[in-house]
Design a protein around this ligand. Sequence first.
Ligand SMILES: Cc1cc2nc3c(=O)[nH]c(=O)nc-3n(C[C@H](O)[C@H](O)[C@H](O)COP(=O)(O)O)c2cc1C
Ligand code: SF4
Length: 421
Amino acid sequence: MAGTKISGSGFFRLFPDRCENRFDRSPGELHRQSYPPGQRQDRLHRKKEFMSILFKPFAINGMHLKNRFVRSATWEGLATEDGAVTDELVAVMANLAEGDVGLIITGHAYVTKEGQAGCRQLGIYKDGLVAGLGKMVDAVHEKGGSIVAQLAHSGIYADPERTGHRPLAPSAIEKITNHPIREMTISDIRHLVADFGRAATRARSAGFDGVQIHAAHGYLLSQFLSPFFNHRSDEYGGELENRVRIHLEIIEAIRAQVGKDYPVLIKMNAADFINGGFELDDAVVAGRMLQAKGIDAIEVSGGTALSGRKSPIRMGIRRQADEAYFKGAATALKAAVDIPIILVGGIRSFAVAEKAVAENSADFISMCRPFIREPGLIKRWQAGDRAPAACRSDNLCFGPTRQGEGIYCVTAERERKRKSR
Ligand SMILES: Cc1cc2nc3c(=O)[nH]c(=O)nc-3n(C[C@H](O)[C@H](O)[C@H](O)COP(=O)(O)O)c2cc1C
Ligand code: SF4
């Protein structure tokens, strides 16, 4: 998330235990109340009966997932400087799979060198990277997990010092970053579409279970959707059907490479939360268009680096009321399409997650920061310890990632040091 203006820190207390008791009324409990009296309940039966919907398997276009938990794409800053997988990154992914995360989505992997944003960001822009990616995939599969590659181009957040190019955007609007940007020509758009197609082929060759197109958070494909960023007067700007054209072309290019049975997901903004930006009404219509073109699941996010407190990675999640901040948007998209919806953004409590799925706002629960702190969170929840994720949503984990050290939970580290003094 280089380029995202996330600043400050905060000291937020953990959720009190009593929240767990107050809110942890699972659909399993309701079911239990209506259980016919006198019926034999052997251990297996009881186990099944109490199983939360969050632990029930589900599939996305043939990709069978053991539960409803997704590790949302996370720039770990653990690749080499030219985007290759390292042993450290393999270990992080294997650890997540070991922790029973149903689906892992990689950090945003640049489909062309020009699209690189951050240091030690994962790449998928050349065939030479496939062997390393394959090692990472194998490590996840060996632990019984599933993994999807997030395909991305950072647009104006690409770092010219790394890429050697002026950052690209749908329109050359000024004063968003410190670098001069270049409006994409039709030829640039054609190249980009082909780059996404080729990246998907590499993902499939490496053994990934699917791909996810990154069209959220103000990055390049998110900007095409947004009237705030996209001022084009050609077939890629103006009306929604023009602003979504590049996404539809990318899906077509990917499908031409990988066929119709390969899972192709998208992460998109439901709203930008900036004046003149992308809005939920358009997102709902775009969702239907993406489904019609063959997208298999939508991860619903929102906000950009310019959205202030409504950023995609909100701080200060202290109460259940602060959690799941895109639930309303996910509910609207879920009602509009027939493909799985993945809800991301500030989910910290088991009860909040369970309610979102049980009430049909989403099919999957996606989290990022909670897994940085606790890769074993799902295993813990499954074992019956339903205390909320320990993550304090202070975003301190961006520090080491930006400095090239690779991601870790800075807050947990500080707490450990304090205790050992
Ligand atoms: C360190 C860090 C890196 C992230 N990298 C990505 C990324 O590569 N691609 C992406 O779509 N979102 C990225 N995100 C956003 C998360 O996927 C997620 O949408 C957001 O953090 C909200 O979820 P959470 O409250 O569970 O953290 C990143 C977030 C963090 C904290
Ligand atoms: S993972 Fe750690 S450093 Fe990152 S937001 Fe959570 S508590 Fe803070």
